[in-house]
Design a protein around this ligand. Structure first.
Ligand code: NAD
Ligand code: WQD
Length: 349
């Protein structure tokens, strides 16, 4: 198959490209406008896989250039894995129109192209954020979705609905929404990992950047939750396991072309881990002590969420291989590589 990966320069997209190149015969091409990434990602992908991926620096919200400068040039595309989106929850509260515009128009334009150019398979990056503050844990795909806490979350919920409705109308097209829990870690080689522009928003890059002296403080947002140590619980899933699920999901879509319109899968480990446990895992894996401070709860945070992943296990044959220690070791290796190249590799500080 020939696969378009949107957001191929980003954190999860780039790891997925690596998995596709290492484990399948598929051809891959990327679209990324580098709004939260850097062209150097493709050098690192080449270093790891020995293969060069072509990226089109296009904005998915511009329909005519998407048609004319990508689909009319590249020829038939069999499947799209759609990662490209803005993902900072807090920023989405401040700039809702930007988020709705970027994330929803990008998706809609791609689906218009699926219609026009007869693309058959589609995978959408969704999020556990669609479950909101679910009453029972772990959440299954049957756990009711809830009104999200942020405009970002709405773009995922609405995105899923758009895709479900579109899949029902287009014959010969099928789609999956993959609900990621908390992706963490870096490629096991330590040569490629997460590098968002500006200050990271997520816990693990904050921990590794703080341990490297790039950030001045590490706050734990709340130690008064009703959990075993008072800090919030999440399901931290290694990015390489998330990446591999996309390869399996593509196989599922290709095999069940006529029986499956649309479905959703949770991608988490099934284990709930507290913030303090993440920090302890980092300290144990690296031998570095982290002087955190406890601060107030962060607005919009849920107390506890983790996945029941048995549907992906049964139907995709997906089994996460890596644990939290692997994630910490690879994230730290990657951070150390960044430390040696600061000012060169680092695109924005
Ligand atoms: P990322 O920011 O690293 O990657 C997204 C990429 O998309 C970036 O390289 C960015 O430049 C590109 N992009 C954004 N808007 C674009 C546009 N209009 N046109 C072209 N390129 C565009 O993010 P990520 O962590 O790799 O996340 C990938 C997907 O997974 C996103 O849809 C995100 O919402 C979703 N997701 C992420 C997490 C997480 O914690 N990382 C969790 C759940 C879901
Ligand atoms: C994890 C835990 C924080 C930073 C977000 C999105 C979600 C999904 C995954 C995209 C929480 C705590 C964090 C810090 C801390 N993304 N924390 N100090 O909030 O679970 O989920 O990313 O879809 O939609 O909301 O991830 O990494 O920000 O936080 O104590 O400096 O770490 O409170 O409990 P989160 P996170």
């Amino acid at each position: 198959m020939k696969i378009l990966v949107t957001g191929g320069a980003g954190y999860i997209g780039s790891h997925t490209i690596i998995d596709i190149l290492e484990n399948t015969e598929h051809d891959v091409v990327s679209i990324d406008n580098f709004s939260n990434s850097d062209a150097k990602t493709f050098d690192r992908i080449e270093e790891i896989t020995g293969k060069r991926v072509k990226n089109y620096e296009l904005d998915l919200t511009a329909y005519s250039s998407l048609k004319e400068r990508f689909f009319n040039v590249e020829g038939p595309i069999d499947g799209i894995i759609h990662f490209a989106a803005l993902k900072a929850v807090g920023e989405s509260v401040e700039k809702p129109v930007l988020y709705y515009h970027n994330n929803l128009n990008g998706l809609i334009n791609l689906l218009k192209c699926c219609q026009k150019y007869d693309v058959k398979h589609f995978i959408f990056s969704s999020s556990c954020t669609v479950y909101g503050n679910a009453k029972t844990q772990p959440v299954t795909e049957l756990t009711p979705v809830q009104p999200p806490e942020s405009p970002y979350g709405y773009t995922k919920l609405v995105g899923e609905n758009i895709l479900k409705d579109f899949s029902a109308t287009k014959i010969g097209f099928n789609a999956l929404s993959l609900r990621y829990f908390n992706p963490v870690g870096a490629h096991p080689s330590g040569k490629h990992g997460e590098l968002p522009k500006g200050r990271p928003n997520n816990l693990v890059p904050i921990v590794t950047q703080f341990a490297s002296g790039w950030l001045d403080e590490l706050n734990i947002f709340g130690d008064d939750y009703e959990t075993r140590d008072g800090t919030a619980i999440r399901d931290y899933i290694h990015v390489s396991d998330i990446a591999n699920a996309h390869v399996l999901a593509l196989e599922k879509l290709a095999e069940s072309e006529h029986e499956l319109d649309y479905d959703v899968y949770n991608l988490g480990t099934g284990d709930g881990v507290t913030v303090l446990e993440v920090i302890k895992a980092f300290e144990k894996s690296t031998g570095i002590s982290v002087a955190y401070t406890i601060s107030d709860r962060r607005a919009g945070d849920v107390e506890c969420i983790y996945a029941n992943n048995s549907k992906a296990n049964r139907q995709l044959g997906w089994n996460p291989k890596y644990g939290i220690a692997d994630a910490m070791i690879s994230a730290w290796q990657w951070q150390q590589l960044l430390n040696t190249k600061r000012g060169d590799t680092v695109h924005s500080e």
